[in-house]
Ligand binder design. Structure first.
Ligand code: CMC
Length: 375
């Protein structure tokens, strides 16, 4: 076998029409539209339609799509699933609950056994509508509070915050989550999407593919990084301590979460939107120090290592300013990225070939079996 780079770096696995990343210019396109344009003009629900169907919806299509994503029938969890959540130890992390919960959702899905495109779109709608309910329900249950029923009049972002807190969110909080959902919705063949596509390519179903995606997203090198960034901010404590703290971390050769990317060679184009919203929310909540700390860390890491902020650097500061617990940051990433996973499952099923790479074997080849009493 020939030479290769570890981690499938720069390996093209397939063609895709969903998402384009220009890592040198720092541009991210969904179906040809720049995310900078989408976050300004399109609510998250339109982005969902765009990613799944390949074009922005017209008025009639938008209304039907929003209705399907917002209906109580699609958002609610089966009472047996809520009962199942109540059985889990309270210390179970939200990502573990999400992984288990999405797997269990398939048991209640009327289309579970149908892998046609039509049924997979219906399942994608239900999973996208149910995941925020699952995340919010666990937040309530682990605090000993009853889950809040979804409100079909609210968009996905506002309804999520409403179910989490029991209160209607401010416009800025709802807008911030809506923009964050758009920014996290897809990112080409990232690790979790690739995991979802590998599962889909065995002709397995969308619930299984999404569970694969959740498992891959959970790790600190991927979606779990946003949680780690906040733990770093908590360790740094004050903006005055940030410069010395990060210089020491770099001198100790630490991996700094929220920085670096396999594809981007410049700042991740998503970071600036989250920096702006986190700054605004932090000022409103009287917690400007989160972003101040991160700005100092970003300046030092960029200057000293030429490694730039990625999407995970500022998202947590925005969520923390809203009072969302740190271990819910990665689940928020997941309730958005599920849309990309679903788009990729649909694309994989439409032009499927099993994904099955090779390993370059480096182990021994001529060993002879030794009976157990001679070992
Ligand atoms: N802090 C310190 N050094 C870094 C970092 C970082 N965050 N990222 C890369 N480097 C250095 C690394 O030490 C290596 O240096 P050297 O060649 O001297 O050994 C060089 O840059 C290349 O790093 P790599 O790990 O080979 O790069 P990769 O493409 O395999 O990793 C990455 C990409 C995202 C895993 C990595 O940048 C990283 O660990 N970042 C921190 C975790 C993080 O923020 N993840 C979120 C990624 S974006 C959103 C998402 O996918 O969820």
């Amino acid at each position: 076998m020939g030479s290769f780079k570890e981690g499938l770096e720069d390996v093209v696995v397939s063609t895709s029409e969903i998402c384009f990343i220009d890592g040198r210019e720092g541009r991210l396109l969904y179906r040809g539209y720049d995310v900078d344009d989408l976050v300004q003009h399109a609510p998250f629900e339109e982005v969902v339609y765009l990613l799944w169907h390949g074009a922005l919806p017209n008025l009639k299509e938008r209304d039907a799509h929003v209705k399907a994503l917002s209906s109580t029938a699609n958002r609610r969890l089966h009472p047996k699933l809520i009962a199942m959540l109540r059985q889990l130890p309270k210390k179970t992390t939200p990502m573990e609950v999400l992984r288990t919960g999405v797997s269990a959702l398939s048991a209640f899905d009327p289309d579970a056994a149908d892998n046609s495109r039509e049924a997979t779109v219906r399942k994608a709608i239900r999973i996208t509508a149910q995941m925020p309910t699952l995340v919010a329900a666990w937040e309530r249950l682990r605090r000993g509070k009853p889950p809040v029923a979804p409100n079909p009049k609210l968009g996905l972002a506002a309804n999520f915050l409403y179910m989490l807190t029991g209160k209607k969110p401010t416009d800025l909080a709802a807008k911030t989550v809506d923009v964050a959902l758009t920014l996290h919705a897809d990112h080409e063949f990232n690790a979790s999407t690739f995991a979802a596509r590998v599962t889909a390519a065995t002709l397995s179903d969308i619930h299984s593919a999404i569970v694969s995606g959740i498992g891959a997203l959970k790790g600190p090198l991927h979606g779990g990084a946003n949680e780690q960034v906040m733990l770093m901010v908590e360790q740094i404590k004050t903006p005055e301590r940030a410069e010395a703290w990060i210089k020491k971390a770099l001198a100790d050769k630490a991996r700094v979460m929220g920085f670096g990317h396999r594809v981007y060679r410049v700042e991740d184009p998503r970071a600036k939107h989250l920096r702006r919203l986190a700054t605004e929310l932090g000022q409103q909540a009287g917690k400007p120090h989160y972003v101040e700390i991160l700005n100092t860390v970003a300046r030092v890491v960029s200057e000293e290592k030429k490694i730039y902020p990625n999407v995970d650097l500022y998202s947590g500061a925005a969520y923390a300013a809203m009072g969302i617990p740190t271990d819910q940051f990665t689940p928020i990433f997941a309730i958005s990225r599920v849309v990309g996973w679903a788009a990729h499952v649909l694309e994989q099923h439409a032009h499927n070939r099993l994904i099955r790479p090779r390993a370059e074997y480096t182990g021994p080849t001529r060993k002879t079996y030794v009976p157990i009493d001679q070992r």
